[in-house]
Design a binder for this molecule. Structure first.
Ligand SMILES: Cc1cc2nc3c(=O)[nH]c(=O)nc-3n(C[C@H](O)[C@H](O)[C@H](O)COP(=O)(O)OP(=O)(O)OC[C@H]3O[C@@H](n4cnc5c(N)ncnc54)[C@H](O)[C@@H]3O)c2cc1C
Length: 358
């Protein structure tokens, strides 16, 4: 063998030995796991394949699904307020709050209300069964329970899902708490039994069919007057969250208020503009008070979207022409802002025309 080839052969063998050693000691060993975090990293969420291991009707039109790892592996930890991104068999992506026990590392539980004209929730109710396997990303948390001297929780309908584990945690830690839980009727309100079993606080249940339409201002005003001044956590229909927020601002502007929306953000300060869908050449007029997504869905009902609040990036769309008024809170990376937009929140200036790769 010529000298050069012998030398090269030696170098290759030495490198192979180095890779072997690296593989044994570092990548496959404990050292690697402790100093190098697995990918995808926690910050962007985990992608998991989970199996539905239980399906329970927990109220009228509300089904709870329990997921477990396909090999029974331990699942990533989570904190009350967290949600999962759930990829449905159709390809739709929807968010669902974790409403099980964070100490249970073997399963996750979510509860889904069937929306009459909904697509994703209907798919979950009609098509998912014990044994179904789904891709799930997360858990992610934009509604984290922080330490406080006491808590006032307000939940409307299915908004109870992130609140339930918060109540359990406050209860377990011996922190005083109160929950105002509003719904159309007790039959539509999940987890009343689990809440009743949480010591150390009280639950004010208000069902419209028995108690009449709730006077949220009166209920919250009365509860807030009780010491110590609590942190307020609210999740439910937008009108309930707005009322609670305004009320707290009036009662005591220093009260920390945390909320999570399950549905689209209202458009504030919007102007009408036009979108051209480049693939079909169709144009869509976007009214001042609607999102580009809502307008586009009229002609493209299957366009991809999820959170409708500018954080999940599912609806990222390439912009072929026109100037974008970016309204996401930097969920879209800087490198993509020049030629992409999140159509659920971002818009164009008044009278402008955006050409989208749709
Ligand atoms: C962080 C986060 C956590 C969430 N957690 C839960 C949860 O724990 N349980 C749960 O059931 N949902 C939860 N959602 C809402 C969920 O992701 C879906 O939006 C919901 O299931 C409706 O999806 P859909 O495809 O059936 O409706 P779409 O087809 O997207 O919408 C159909 C119509 O229903 C309206 N709509 C959407 N959501 C609601 C609603 N909640 N009430 C009334 N009208 C609505 C829409 O505006 C639209 O007009 C959460 C959303 C977010 C962003």
């Amino acid at each position: 063998m010529p000298t050069q080839e012998v030398e090269l052969d030696g170098v290759v063998r030495a490198m192979a030995r180095m890779f072997d050693a690296y593989e044994r000691v570092f990548a496959a060993g404990r050292i690697g796991r402790s100093v190098s975090r697995p990918r995808p990293v926690r910050r962007t969420g985990f992608d998991l394949q989970l199996r539905v291991v239980a399906r329970d009707a927990v109220a009228d039109d509300v089904v709870a699904l329990t997921f477990a790892g396909r090999g029974g592996e331990q699942l990533p930890s989570w904190h009350p307020g967290a949600h999962l991104d759930v990829f449905l068999p159709s390809g739709r992506l929807r968010q669902y709050s974790l409403c099980g026990d964070p100490a249970d590392r073997a399963t996750y539980r979510v509860a889904v209300r069937r929306i009459a004209d909904g697509s994703g929730s209907r798919e979950i109710h009609d098509e998912l069964a014990v044994g179904s396997v789904l891709r799930v990303r997360g858990p992610r948390n934009a509604f984290r329970l922080v330490d406080a001297p006491s808590y006032l929780f307000v939940a409307g309908g299915i908004g109870i899902t992130p609140i339930l584990p918060m109540v359990r945690m406050a209860s377990a830690r011996g922190v005083p708490w109160r929950l105002v839980y509003l719904g159309r009727s007790t039959a539509t309100m999940p987890f009343l039994d689990e809440l009743a079993a949480c010591p150390g606080g009280d639950v004010v249940v208000h069902a419209d069919d028995g108690d009449g339409f709730a006077d949220v201002a009166a209920i919250l005003g009365e509860l807030h007057a009780l010491p110590p001044v609590p942190d307020l956590y609210v999740c439910g229909p937008p009108a309930l969250m707005d009322t609670a927020r305004q009320l707290m601002r009036a009662l005591d502007p220093r009260t920390p208020v945390f909320s999570e929306r399950f549905s689209a953000l209202p458009v504030v300060g919007g102007e009408p503009f036009t979108v051209e869908l480049a693939r079909s050449g169709r144009t869509v007029d976007v009214a001042a008070d609607e999102s580009a997504l809502a307008a586009i869905r009229r002609v493209l009902p299957d366009v991809r979207y999820s959170c409708q609040q500018g954080f999940c990036r599912t609806c990222t769309c390439r912009v072929l022409d026109g100037e974008v008024d970016h309204r996401d809170r930097h969920a879209l990376p800087d490198a993509e802002r020049a030629d992409s937009m999140l159509i659920c929140v971002s818009r164009a200036a008044a009278g402008e025309r955006l050409v989208l790769d749709l």
